[in-house]
Design a protein around this ligand. Sequence first.
Ligand code: FES
Ligand code: FES
Length: 158
Amino acid sequence: MEDYIVELTVNGERISSPVKPEESLLKFLRRNGFTEVKCGCEKGECGTCTVIINKKTVKSCIMLALQARGKEIWTAKGLEKQELGRKLQESFVNTGAIQCGFCTPGIIVTAKNYLDQNPIPDKGEIKKAISGNLCRCTGYKKIVDAIYAVAVENQKSI
Ligand code: FES
Ligand code: FES
């Protein structure tokens, strides 16, 4: 089938690339060098492929690249350009919340979008917010601690 041209913005950078109609946004992003968006289940269940699109989290494996035309997308790597994203990345390292790291980009993206809307959550709220992201290694405690540390910092600055 014929290729379509998709133009969108990823981490503030304009991308234009031909796509097959059936190509997922996940495959499109990885093919264009955004390999920090991880490919797990490809069924919308594990959350490793999560990105932010127009201020909402989306599992990119269950969205077509064509549906993302003209949208503004942020991945975990691009979040280093934003203060809150950078703080989360540092907090994950400082708290030891990363083991194999496969789930980390998706969880940081989810946490960033959540804290943008709810900057001072408690630990229970954080657990709920990341419930769509699976981690095989950590048992979640240090992940929740890392996000909570940023929430505590947010509270001090308000
Ligand atoms: S790869 Fe998308 S949710 Fe698992
Ligand atoms: S750190 Fe390995 S899956 Fe989460």
